[in-house]
Design a protein around this ligand. Structure first.
Ligand SMILES: NC(=O)CC[C@H](N)C(=O)O
Length: 367
């Protein structure tokens, strides 16, 4: 078994709190915003989700690495997007007959630093009460004072634009070009499983870089617009808000997921804010206020849209609400064929309760 003599590692929080543990992944130092995901499965999908770009993920499920990694099937993008990882028990051995390798080797190749042997229950309770903050992990510098100085160089997520760093450089097409429906995807950090949800339903997609103007999207003659998920602060993305405003004017159907939901909200005059702690996991209960049904949802967001501004809006209707904390989970425009959700209906990883939203969007395009 590899790495039986694991070097020590330190995790230092912005407020100076220090956690000791053992190194995993690459030996090195990395800092970012610390956030926790409570999902009990799907770690590779989480690490490769571009919405986590620049973040340090605590996996609260107690065993990580035990089913290894797959080269393709569980990748949500072209590589690991998280900055670093924290867990309680990191398994050096994996068991799954289809596995292509170990998580340790995968992290080493991707230059991802991590720490395990941390009491993640205590750590999460601490962050939950103090609120979101930055952190740094190192397996090479074991002096907390030096690390704290390094940590001060890590940028604050508030006000940070990151979609331009993770989106495609060139537009590309995906799916069957003969399909009867064409969706222009504004790639703010799109997950692969969202595109497969469209392709499986016979929709042809063209994925455009984040800073594409509406004129360029419209020139492809899409039947509808999809505004993707992605990392960073939506309030720092006036370019995407402008594209969405213009897309709304075409009266063609528009659907947004997560960051896309926040951008549709901003384009509708509703502001966003940074949450005390984000929602990241696979079991967040959401009520669909149109049908009265509850959905168990997959989530990953640290910003949200302002509830009071949704409620006061003449042209926006609240469609989904979070049953844990009553935050806004979905809206639709009363005057335009546009709707969005804060959670992840593509459910990768996660429960499949919300797949119907893709069918709803396709139904609107067919009308
Ligand atoms: N998954 C996402 O699209 C995340 C959106 C945004 N970056 C947030 O944290 O709220």
């Amino acid at each position: 078994m590899k790495h039986t003599q694991q070097p020590e590692a330190l995790l230092v929080l912005q407020d100076g709190t220090v956690y000791k543990g053992l190194a995993l992944g690459k030996i090195g130092t990395a800092g970012g915003e610390i956030c926790f995901n409570t999902g009990m499965t799907g770690y590779q999908e989480i690490y490769t989700d571009p919405s986590y770009y620049g973040q340090v993920i605590i996996n609260t499920t107690s065993h990580i690495g035990n089913y290894g990694i797959l080269n393709n099937a569980e990748q949500e993008s072209n590589g690991v997007k998280i900055r670093a990882m924290v867990c309680n028990f990191f398994s050096n051995i994996h068991s799954r007959y289809t596995a292509d390798g170990s998580l340790q080797d995968y992290f080493e190749r991707a230059n991802i630093v991590g720490i395990h042997g941390v009491d993640t229950r205590q750590l999460v309770r601490y962050i939950r009460s103090k609120g979101v903050m930055n952190c740094i992990i190192s397996s090479e510098i074991l002096d907390p004072a030096v690390l704290l100085a390094e940590l001060n160089k890590v940028p604050d997520m508030d006000g940070l634009e990151l979609s331009s760093e993770v989106c495609t450089r060139e537009a590309y097409e995906q799916g069957d070009p003969e399909a009867s429906l064409r969706v222009a995807v504004l790639d703010l950090g799109v997950k692969r499983s969202i595109l497969s949800n469209f392709n499986q339903r016979g929709v042809f997609c063209k994925v455009f870089p984040a800073r594409t103007s509406h004129a360029e999207l419209a020139a492809w003659k899409p039947n509808g617009y999809f505004i993707a998920n992605g990392p960073g602060d939506p309030a720092a993305m006036p370019y995407a808000v402008e594209t969405v405003k213009q897309a709304l004017e075409t009266e063609k159907p528009l659907f947004g997921i997560c960051l896309g939901h926040q951008i549709l909200s901003l384009a509708s005059g509703i502001s966003t804010y940074k949450m005390h702690n984000g929602h990241r996991g696979l079991n967040h209960p959401v009520k669909n206020l149109i049908t009265g049904h509850c959905e168990v949802t997959s989530q990953n967001h640290g910003f949200a849209v302002r509830a009071e501004e949704v409620m006061d809006h003449a042209n926006v209707e609240l469609t989904h609400i979070n049953l844990n904390d009553k935050t806004i989970e979905g809206i639709r425009r009363k005057d335009k064929p546009a709707f969005s959700v804060q959670y992840h209906p593509e459910s990768s990883p996660g429960p499949h309760d919300s797949h119907y939203l893709f069918d709803q969007f396709i139904g609107m395009m067919k009308e």
